[in-house]
Design a protein around this ligand. Structure first.
Ligand code: SF4
Length: 919
């Protein structure tokens, strides 16, 4: 039959359905598209045309190949079920000698993870060659096909060649009945007549939207086109030339330019908020309805979680077919935490405390109900919290599982024994996978994990993956340590994704770019239209470099680029309106496809809209829920010792205070954060303390240099010795050294006359607020006597502006009552007022001041709380009142409330606890 070439704007699934409906017996027709989605739309159009009928056979290309393969009359082909690890086992065990030789390794020399990683890479290269029907003898010419050791490539030994491994690998796979996808294609290409014969059994066979074919596909489709009672429908484009089984007609293509708009944003989340605006959704309003001719294109999976949180809840009916990547789920995050945990084991079989607590405070672990689910999760949280407090206090860096169990009590012991220890006892991949399955089951039964909305899908996927490995020929493979098992398992699971359910033909469609192939939409919203995201075309890998691909007829990055161009043009020029969202930052800007679109419009003097959205991201839609304070919690809060940092956290956001100071999640930072700025800060503090209290400190400058050297040496020697565990690096040492001498010069300038009274002084004091006595503490870096005035100095080693650490002018201007009515962020920091209050308790009759000395800025500076012109008593009174009001509210108010200023949320470390990004 004569092929049909569609103009832009013509609807391929609809026309395919029209062709089928013209059959006398439409159910005896065949319909094949390269991907699944057009089939759903074609079925819908068909039922609209013909009413309820038995559907014709509708396949995606891969389903069609499976169907043809299972219908082959060749009874000599035996097919067995297998998984990817089985294929790796063929290379690692059956072709052990040849595989090692290719890798230029002696048998037993290479570790299993190395072999496994190479086996996976080789198999994917083999599959590319096989699907393109590349003969082994053709590969022999390509000695440059890469092996890990380049010297091996030039050798003439037979088995060092990729081609020999390739030939033997497929021979063995066929022998075992492991028919891979590429083997099926290649086998069918050899029996293309059978494929055409299969199509002849239908009244009509329609093939829609095929573009760029590999060699096997070309042979099969060519045969079907010539002898298979078939009709081919193409979306026409100049790019189709030479890329299909038919020649395209020499005709002018009609191309009406849609209305387009570019929205430049500051971040990915920002793009999603802008999408919401463009869709006209707003919170509190009723859900918006869209027809299936509206699509949101989601070219990268990282856009899906914010889109699911921010946009789709406002839509009455939608379908998301872009798969949700397993990598973005909490259960995968938990396995990454396990990998990190086992990776931290030292020679004494101790875990790093940082990795252990990062695992323990994963939501699924800290909410584990001990005693087979009979205990409350609260007990587990408390147990881990106490254990972490203890570890932080004792500065424990490494600790054994037994010590953790002994210190942590029954809940911690149960978790250690039932969730961690079984992995340590695994001696093969199969055993590891069994432990992984039990681990997922335990979390499912005894943790709150199963309350997570996507719990059901993703742990099941991970269990399925564990079963695939366990039941494969790799099951008996051993690795050197537990971390290697988890790493392999995580990387094996990492490519999995789960599509959300929903009607594929109703409501707003959320599609990955390639899923939108061959579909037509009236209005398109394109997220992630950025140069580092779209088009997603990677350069060739090192096993099959560009030159080899050209010679062998394999697809190259240029061809992949053409595929993107073709489907992008068809998608956009078939629509009436398209809005593109992209992030402009240091790493990326508008996609090259966007630049080209603009150029095309400009050439024809057609206007397009462009806007740069600078408006801050609004998190309001989340309606972040406050956390209720129970009476028990209020009693607990009354008994606490407060520092300025608790007050500052509370003023910026009640929930932040709750997470960091009540649940102590913030202490993760102290114990677990990478050391760089903190270690440097601590070392600097210690050196300066030593310096000021060393004998001879008040000597002339030249001698002070010697004293500073001495202080530096004493402190850094000790820290550097600790380098292997938690010490500083030599690089950091030199940074510290430079800062110390900068400080000496700064101090020498006009401060050398000051009398240094105290260093690193901790002061505990109390204040009475409405009858309740609150305990407070402050740790003061230095206390000076400056001509009778007491000045408390605080060193800041970060590079931040010191203004961040002092109260804002608005405290006096706006008045506290107004500020405490929902504007607490206007106070700024209460650090220095609290320090003054602490110092007052010792230096009772003296004038007190406080200052910040910024050691982290290029130029060391000091800023005082009270300036000469200030009415000091009046100011201090206001600050003290602010401290009292904050304390009163902490224990008095009935809930911990979200930030009063949304800007606080933007970089908040607790954003995920507030479910801002659904992470
Ligand atoms: S995300 Fe916002 S509301 Fe939640 S803790 Fe952080 S600042 Fe507070």
């Amino acid at each position: 039959m004569k092929p049909i070439f569609l103009d832009y704007g013509e609807n391929l699934p609809e026309i395919a359905a029209r062709e089928i409906s013209s059959c006398a017996n439409p159910q005896n027709a065949l319909l094949v598209f390269p991907n699944k989605r057009p089939g759903y739309f074609a079925a819908k159009y068909l039922s609209e045309k013909k009413g309820p009928i038995i559907s014709p056979k509708i396949f995606s290309q891969d389903e069609f190949i499976d169907e043809l393969f299972s219908n082959l009359k060749d009874k000599t082909i035996k097919v067995k079920r297998f998984y990817d690890p089985d294929l790796a086992a063929v290379l690692m065990f059956d072709l052990k000698k040849e595989f090692h030789s290719f890798l230029n390794k002696k048998e037993g020399e290479a570790e299993n993870p190395f072999l496994l990683a190479w086996a996976m890479r080789m198999i994917s290269a083999f599959e590319e060659c096989k699907i393109a029907s590349v003969e082994p003898k053709r590969l022999r010419k390509f000695d440059f096909l890469s092996s890990p050791d380049k010297s091996a490539d030039s050798l003439n030994k037979k088995f060092e060649r990729f081609s020999d491994l390739y030939e033997k690998f497929y021979f063995l796979c066929a022998d075992k009945g492991f028919y891979t996808r590429a083997m099926k294609y290649s086998c069918l290409a050899e029996r293309s007549k059978d494929c055409a014969e299969y199509c002849l059994s239908f009244e009509k066979a329609v093939f829609g939207g095929f573009f760029v074919l590999n060699k096997s596909e070309k042979i099969i489709l060519q045969e079907i086109a010539e002898n298979g009672n078939s009709l081919f429908i193409y979306g026409d484009s100049p790019l189709l030339e030479g890329k299909s089984v038919h020649d395209r007609p020499k005709k002018e293509l009609k191309r009406e330019k849609p209305k387009i708009k570019f929205v430049k944003c500051l971040s990915r989340q920002h793009e999603v908020f802008e999408l919401k605006k463009e869709l006209g959704c707003s919170d509190g309003a009723s859900k918006k309805s869209f027809g299936q001719d509206n699509a949101v294109i989601i070219p990268e999976s990282s856009y899906l979680p914010p889109a699911l949180e921010i946009v789709f809840p406002n839509i009455s009916e939608f379908n998301i077919s872009a798969g949700y990547s397993l990598k973005m789920t909490p259960i995968y995050g938990l396995f990454l935490a396990l990998e990190n945990l086992f990776g931290s084991l030292n020679a004494q079989k101790e875990f790093s405390a940082r990795s252990y607590f990062s695992f323990a405070f994963h939501p699924y672990i800290k909410n584990f109900k001990a005693n087979k689910g009979k205990e409350n999760a609260e007990k587990t949280r408390m147990a881990f919290q106490n254990l972490r407090d203890y570890a932080a206090k004792e500065k424990i860096s490494f600790i054994s599982l037994k010590e953790l169990s002994d210190l942590g009590g029954s809940e911690v012991k149960e978790i250690n024994e039932s969730l961690i220890a079984p992995f340590l006892n695994s001696s093969s991949l199969g055993e590891f996978c069994e432990a992984a399955e039990d681990f997922i089951d335990s979390i499912s039964f005894y943790s709150t994990g199963n309350l997570h909305p996507y719990w059901n899908y993703f742990p099941s996927i991970m269990k399925e993956k564990a079963q695939e490995i366990k039941n494969s020929l790799l099951s008996k493979v051993s690795f050197k340590n537990t971390k290697e098992y988890v790493s392999f398992f995580n990387s094996y699971c990492s490519a999995s994704a789960y599509p959300f359910s929903g009607s594929p033909v109703r409501g707003l469609q959320g599609l990955g770019f390639l899923e939108s192939r061959n579909l037509k939409f009236e209005k398109i919203y394109f997220l992630g239209f950025c140069e580092n995201i779209f088009p997603s075309v990677k350069k060739e890998d090192e096993i099959l470099p560009y030159e080899a691909r050209l010679e062998l007829g394999l697809s190259t990055y240029k061809e992949k680029s053409e595929i993107y161009s073709y489907y992008f043009e068809r998608l956009i020029y078939s629509s009436k309106e398209a809005v593109f969202f992209y992030t402009q930052d240091d790493e990326s800007g508008l996609s090259p496809f966007g630049e080209k679109l603009k150029w095309d419009y400009e050439k024809e003097k057609i206007k397009y809209e462009e806007r740069f959205s600078l408006s801050p991201v609004s998190f309001a839609p989340y309606k972040i829920k406050p956390v209720k304070k129970t009476d028990k919690m209020k009693d607990f809060l009354k008994s606490q010792i407060y520092s300025y940092s608790s007050l500052d956290a509370y003023l910026s956001c009640g929930l932040k205070f709750y997470y960091s100071k009540v649940l102590r999640l913030g202490e993760e930072d102290e114990l677990m954060s990478e050391r760089e700025p903190k270690e440097i800060g601590e070392a600097l503090h210690k050196i300066l303390e030593k310096f000021f209290f060393m004998k001879g400190f008040e000597s002339p400058y030249k001698e002070k240099i010697i004293i500073m050297e001495k202080a530096l040496k004493e402190v850094s020697d000790k820290i550097l010795k600790d380098k292997e565990t938690n010490g500083i690096s030599y690089m950091e040492y030199f940074q510290i050294r430079k800062r110390c001498f900068d400080f000496l010069n700064f101090h020498e300038k006009d401060r050398s006359k000051f009398k240094i009274l105290e260093g690193e002084k901790e002061i505990h004091f109390e204040i009475n607020v409405k009858g309740h006595v609150f305990k407070l503490k402050s740790r003061l870096d230095r206390i000076d006597d400056r001509d009778g005035e007491i000045v408390v100095c605080d060193y800041k080693t970060g590079g931040l502006d010191f203004k961040k650490y002092i109260p804002k002018a608005s405290v006096e201007k706006d008045g506290l009552p107004e500020i405490f009515q929902g504007n607490k962020n206007k106070i700024g920091s209460l650090q220095l007022p609290v320090y003054c209050m602490a110092a007052e308790t010792i230096y009772k009759s003296k004038e007190i001041n406080a200052s910040i000395i910024t050691l982290g800025l290029p130029q060391i500076k000091e800023d005082l709380l009270f300036k000469k012109e200030d009415n000091r008593p009046a100011k201090l009174k206001i600050y003290k009142e602010a401290v009292s009001l904050a304390l009163d509210e902490i224990v008095g108010c009935d809930s911990f409330n979200p930030a009063e200023d949304e800007k606080e949320c933007e970089y908040c470390p607790f954003a995920r606890f507030c479910n801002i990004y659904n992470s």
